[in-house]
Design a protein around this ligand. Structure first.
Ligand code: OAD
Ligand code: ZN
Length: 239
């Protein structure tokens, strides 16, 4: 493992265009529960009840309770050494982009600048009827939250299962991985599309792929290096 970490460190520090792709595992050490695996949110709750457009249409109060619970939790935690290491890497390498599936805002809180949030952000709301969008940091958001523009119901500005990602955001992410020489994938089970497919796109374009995860994942076979360990312990060692 020591040799793998050393090789990954050299690759990362020698990179001209580095992309990091992160998932819930990078925030686990901050105290934000992951989705799959032990203690995962989707072990305790059904995704179809809480994170789909259908769930919101059927029971918006329940969906808002779920997001208010996550708002409360996320408002009480902060970034960890793994988030911080990615901030440092952005300062070291010539070009850096951070693509995250997380909605917890912890990368921004840590100070990452070139950040692409594939699944939205927990602190933003949008109207379920019109194009209204706003930042809203209230915890909790009182139910029912009403759109000031059209009177429709506001919803979290996040991507739910069965919804498309924002096209501009996804295109930006694809363009970054296509140009990257090195891609560092941290704390994702790599099962949710299209986010996971970015790894394969990077591979096709010739990038060197490094994975940091507690466990093997769906994508492990295509990585050049897979490091098993906690993100908060491994990433600071790259600097
Ligand atoms: P998952 O919960 O599916 O996967 C988390 C991954 O992090 C697992 O592979 C763990 O082994 C790993 N992990 C846990 N703790 C870690 C640590 N301290 N250090 C390193 N790795 C660790 O989360 P995501 O892959 O992010 O989407 O899930 C993808 C999407 O599914 C989420 O963005 C969310 C979810 O449903 C939507 O809500 C649309
Ligand atoms: Zn509206």
């Amino acid at each position: 493992m020591e040799e793998l970490i050393e090789e990954a460190r050299k690759r990362v520090l020698g990179s001209k265009r580095l992309v990091a792709l992160t998932g819930a595992g990078i925030s686990a050490e901050s105290g934000v529960p992951t989705f799959r695996g032990k203690g995962g949110i989707w072990q305790r709750y059904k995704v179809t009840d809480l994170a789909t457009p259908h769930a919101f249409a059927k029971d918006p109060r329940l969906v808002w309770e779920f997001y208010n619970w996550r708002r409360d939790l996320i408002s009480k935690v902060t970034y960890n050494p793994a988030h911080k290491a990615l901030v440092d890497l952005e300062k070291i390498v010539p070009h850096f982009a951070l693509i995250t599936q997380n909605i917890d805002d912890l990368h921004r809180k840590a100070g990452s600048k070139n950040l692409i949030e594939l699944h939205g952000n927990i602190w933003w709301v949008k109207c379920s009827k019109c194009d209204y969008k706003a930042k809203d940091k209230r915890v909790p958001i009182p139910f029912p939250p009403i759109c000031p523009k059209c009177g429709g119901m506001l919803r979290p500005d996040v991507v739910w299962f069965g919804e498309f990602l924002d096209m501009d955001t996804l295109n930006m992410a694809v363009s970054e991985v296509e140009k990257a020489d090195t891609i560092l994938v941290v704390g994702t089970s790599a099962v949710v599309q299209p986010a996971a497919s970015l790894i394969g796109i990077g591979k096709k374009s010739g990038a060197f792929l490094i994975e940091v995860n507690l466990e093997p994942t769906e994508a492990t076979p295509i990585f050049d290096i897979s490091i098993r360990g906690r993100a908060g312990e491994i990433l600071p060692r790259f600097i």
